[in-house]
Design a protein around this ligand. Structure first.
Ligand code: TMP
Ligand code: ZN
Length: 416
């Protein structure tokens, strides 16, 4: 929303292993920042766009963006609130229960990196654990504090970690949910984790899984905030380079498919669970250290775009009214890449108050509250928040009973 120019730099080395041998396999840009929703004034200004290209490292196979928009631009004020769905709070409640039961005893400290509006840490209430959130966006940190979750409004750096260790002691568990992939300086954040973790502590972090991204054509999850797209093998390399050790991997269904990774100090006696080797093996079988799966993915993404454009053009030609359902950041990657604009979608409904009344970056489609969708239901709704498909279909039974259809764009566009 701000007209301040973004700081941007292109790096030319892998953020896991430092190699400069990287291969570009998908070009989605130039694109505006996926969360840079515009107000009326912003519509009249020049919109900044940046390359949005995916690379794979030929040395360690880490998939990543090299076009880096500064973290201050992206994360100082944030439009994403974890609590917008019912799916995510339920997912977090089960993680909190697991940590309280398996990884801690009363009085231990749990630190969450990128704690957002405090939804996960609030689930620790009544466990006897001390919790601390670290969240760089002042607006979401404020919401967390209002719900009683102790929150430091800072980026998680080695300095932040040292400050916490000095003032509050070390953490038995450090959590990073959907945040490690957002960090350019991976070595810095791993050093911070290493420094803050107790000797027998566990670092538990969750990232979208590259295998799911490739298999389900989730290209729209690529945007400038997401710098890394992790598979288990490169994650293991990243941890080991900072004196940490991967001890377990669990696949999760949320956000289109994520992995929860468990790490300890490399000196720990804990033996890695069989799941670590099983995932490394799976990735080898899929050829993730070769170019083939990435080239095939890029072809499918183009096919997806052509299919979706045709589906929408046909519906328009038949006089159908179409709207968007959910205005997640990834929806903007999809709309901008496919060139789906305000002539195609009358509006997009979104439950996030902070997005309502604004326009989507690039395509300038108005975002309206859910009540407007109810009052002015389209014939077809393009489900941009496809990761909440079950929740949305459950909630919108009336729309469907009245003849309304959804287009679910991923993994290949289909009408439901
Ligand atoms: P996310 O996919 O990044 O979590 O964002 C989901 C977006 O979709 C968020 O802006 C809220 C919106 N949304 C709705 O508008 N209605 C819904 O029922 C759900 C589940 C999400
Ligand atoms: Zn590398």
């Amino acid at each position: 929303m701000s007209s301040k120019r973004a700081e941007y730099a292109k790096r030319n080395d892998c953020r896991v292993c430092g190699s400069d041998r990287l291969t570009r396999f998908l070009e989605l840009g130039p694109q505006p920042l996926a969360n840079a929703f515009l107000d009326e004034k912003g519509l009249k200004e020049d919109e900044e766009k940046f390359p949005l290209d995916l690379y794979v490292c030929d040395e360690c196979s880490h998939v990543q963006l090299l076009d880096v928009v500064s973290k201050e631009t992206l994360f100082s004020h944030y439009l994403y609130f974890s609590t917008v769905s019912t799916t995510i709070p339920a997912h977090f409640a089960s993680l909190a229960a697991e940590i309280a039961a398996r990884h801690t005893v009363r009085g231990d400290m749990v630190v969450e990196v990128g704690s957002n509006d405090g939804v996960l840490l609030s689930a620790f209430e009544g466990t006897g654990l001390r919790t601390l959130g670290v969240e760089p966006a002042s607006n979401v940190a404020k919401v967390a504090r209002q719900r009683g979750v102790a929150t430091m409004n800072r980026f998680f750096t080695p300095e932040t970690a040292a400050m916490i260790a000095r003032d509050l002691g070390k953490a038995k568990v450090i959590i990073g949910n959907n945040v490690i992939g957002h960090i350019d300086d991976l070595a810095g954040v791993m050093t911070a984790v290493k420094g803050l973790l107790t000797e027998d502590g566990v670092f538990i972090f969750e990232v979208p899984y590259l295998v799911d991204l490739l298999e389900k054509n989730e290209f729209d999850t690529v945007y400038h905030e997401h710098l890394s797209y992790f598979a288990v093998r490169p994650a293991q390399t990243m941890l080991e380079r900072s004196g940490l050790k991967l001890i377990d991997v669990k696949r999760q269904q949320v956000h289109g498919g994520t992995i929860r990774l468990y790490a300890t100090h490399i000196e720990s006696a804990t033996q890695p669970a069989p799941a670590v080797q099983e995932h490394v093996q799976l990735e080898e079988t899929l050829g993730l250290a070769t170019h083939a799966p990435y080239e095939a993915f890029a072809k499918r993404v183009q096919e997806l775009r052509d299919t979706l454009i045709k589906l929408i053009a046909d519906a328009k030609a038949n006089g159908k009214r179409i709207a968007g359902y959910g205005a997640p950041a990834k929806g903007n990657t999809l709309l901008n890449y496919c060139g789906i604009g305000a002539n195609d979608l009358d509006f997009i409904q979104d439950s996030t108050a902070a997005k309502q009344g604004l326009y989507t970056p690039g395509m300038h489609i108005p975002v309206v509250p859910p009540a407007d969708f109810q009052a002015n239901a389209p014939d077809i709704a393009l489900m941009l928040a496809w990761n909440y498909q079950e929740e949305i279909l459950g909630k919108e039974q009336a729309f469907r009973t009245n003849g309304g259809k959804f287009i679910v764009p991923i993994p290949m566009p289909r009408i439901v």
